[in-house]
Design a protein around this ligand. Structure first.
Ligand code: FAD
Length: 423
């Protein structure tokens, strides 16, 4: 069974203790499949409300995207205009109200459970082209209208150059509501917090099927958990409930390199405010400094789900285009993971049976959204369905041709986006 992938996160993990694997029959109020942010966040919320919860994880806590991602805590206002056209004002307002709820949950947990995960605020969206700058101006107008004037500011090219030590961008939009953190340490910390609240976490226990019924059973090769309700939180990595879920979400690969720690002078030049950064391309590059002063540089998304022959060969030229002065800096880690993507970018939350819930498909914006989803599903299990209803109302288009054909369609879409980014 796999250990955490060889990343800078795994090398700096705070908690190397494991959890037992599932053996024999267990019972709980709620059984969660998957120990990433979605599963753990829901488990912890439910345990705080007095439910008995078992979490069953195929590999290790944080083994999936939650323990490998860019660490950028973002509430994405970039799709607001499109969302309003699609959903109408009332539902769009309800979604807006949720936009930064994940940040609040993360911050409450970091404080409340003393989770050491290098959390800090500060983020900037950067525009490579004037068209992207116009999008940022529209986002800024929304933020201003909604009372976030103090936390976000539009920047011209010269200001971005000062902030990021590169002249590659025509402008940017800062957002000090957003921030960044060490995702694996957050995930491991949330798992320990859950255990402290009585949650049973089982690792190295792949779930092979869910048996539906008045008390559904979550079955592995060596054991089972029966529960009042089940949450499927396996995102891009599971193949369960295919009849309900196939054709709705697709897997994209995303990849990251970590340099050796940079000298203090280089850090001051390329990111003196210690911001997380995303560019405006559809297939975006994203980067930030780690707590020990490395540049973590990510991007080169693909829809084949396969790793490039060499992650560093794919990413280093992109990093050097921004920062040629890092030419001689060693690349010490490279890794990648799978992101669950929904074509309309609205997460897929709902039920495949009255007591079997699913939450997945955050399209690369998952740290915030997975915590929101965890709370929404916990509320639904707790009897408050309003916010789950909102997501179940949203019509997700199911791509024809099942998973195989859908993956090819997504590959075509990717080629189109690459072309648009180039133009
Ligand atoms: C390289 C990369 C960079 C990213 N960067 C960012 C970023 O900067 N900011 C951001 O907000 N988002 C980012 N994302 C997206 C974000 O990480 C995800 O959306 C989020 O972590 C999903 O959380 P999750 O708990 O739903 O899924 P996961 O973290 O993938 O967890 C699912 C878990 O379920 C388990 N599982 C699957 N099937 C089974 C089974 N049959 N039985 C038992 N267990 C099972 C898996 O082993 C896994 O541990 C990035 C993703 C990647 C891959």
């Amino acid at each position: 069974m796999a250990e955490h992938c060889r990343s800078w996160y795994a090398a700096t993990a705070n908690d190397r203790r494991g959890h037992p694997s599932l053996a024999g029959e267990q019972a709980a109020d709620v059984c969660v499949i998957g120990a990433g942010f979605t599963g753990l966040s829901a488990a912890l919320t439910l345990a705080e409300r007095g439910y008995s919860v078992a979490v069953v994880e195929a590999q290790r806590v944080g083994w999936g995207a939650s323990g490998r991602n860019g660490g950028q805590l973002i509430g994405d206002p970039g799709t607001e205009a499109r969302m309003r056209r699609r959903l109408g004002e009332a539902d769009a307002d309800a979604l807006w109200a949720l936009r930064w709820r994940g940040h609040e949950i993360v911050e409450e947990r970091v404080r409340g459970y003393a989770i050491d995960c290098d959390f800090r605020r500060g983020y900037v969206d950067v525009a490579i082209k004037p068209r992207q700058m116009r999008d940022l101006e529209a986002d800024h107008a929304y933020l201003q209208q909604r009372g976030f004037a103090d936390e976000s500011r539009l920047l011209g090219a010269a200001e971005v150059a000062e902030l990021l030590g590169t002249t590659a961008y025509v402008g940017g939009l800062t957002n000090f509501r957003n921030g960044h953190l060490h995702p694996l340490n957050l995930c491991l910390g949330e798992a320990r917090a859950a255990v402290s609240r009585g949650v049973r976490v089982f690792e190295q226990s792949p779930v092979t099927r869910i048996e539906h019924g008045a008390r559904p059973r979550v079955v592995t090769d060596r054991g089972a958990v029966s529960a009042e309700a089940v949450l499927l939180a396996g995102d891009a990595l599971h193949r369960l409930e295919g009849r309900r879920l196939d054709g709705h979400t697709f897997n994209a690969g995303s990849f990251i390199i970590a340099t050796a720690p940079l000298p203090a002078e280089a850090r001051r030049r390329i990111n003196p405010r210690d911001l997380a950064v995303c560019d405006g391309n559809h297939l975006l590059d994203y980067f930030r400094l780690s707590a020990d002063g490395r540049l973590l540089f990510g991007g080169r998304c693909n829809y084949s789900g396969r790793e490039p022959a060499s992650i560093r060969r794919a990413l280093v030229p992109r990093m050097l285009k921004l920062y040629p002065e890092l030419r001689d800096v060693a690349i010490e880690y490279e890794w990648g993971g799978l992101v669950g993507v929904v074509p309309n970018r609205i997460p897929l939350l709902g039920r495949s049976a009255p007591n079997v819930y699913f939450a997945q498909g955050y399209s690369g914006n998952g740290i915030n959204m997975s915590h929101i989803a965890g709370e929404i599903v916990a509320d639904a299990i707790d009897g408050t369905l309003a916010r789950l209803d909102l997501f179940e109302r949203i019509g997700h288009r199911r791509l024809p041709l099942g998973r195989w054909g859908g993956d090819r369609l997504m590959a075509l879409a990717l080629a189109w986006y690459r072309l648009r980014d180039l133009l």
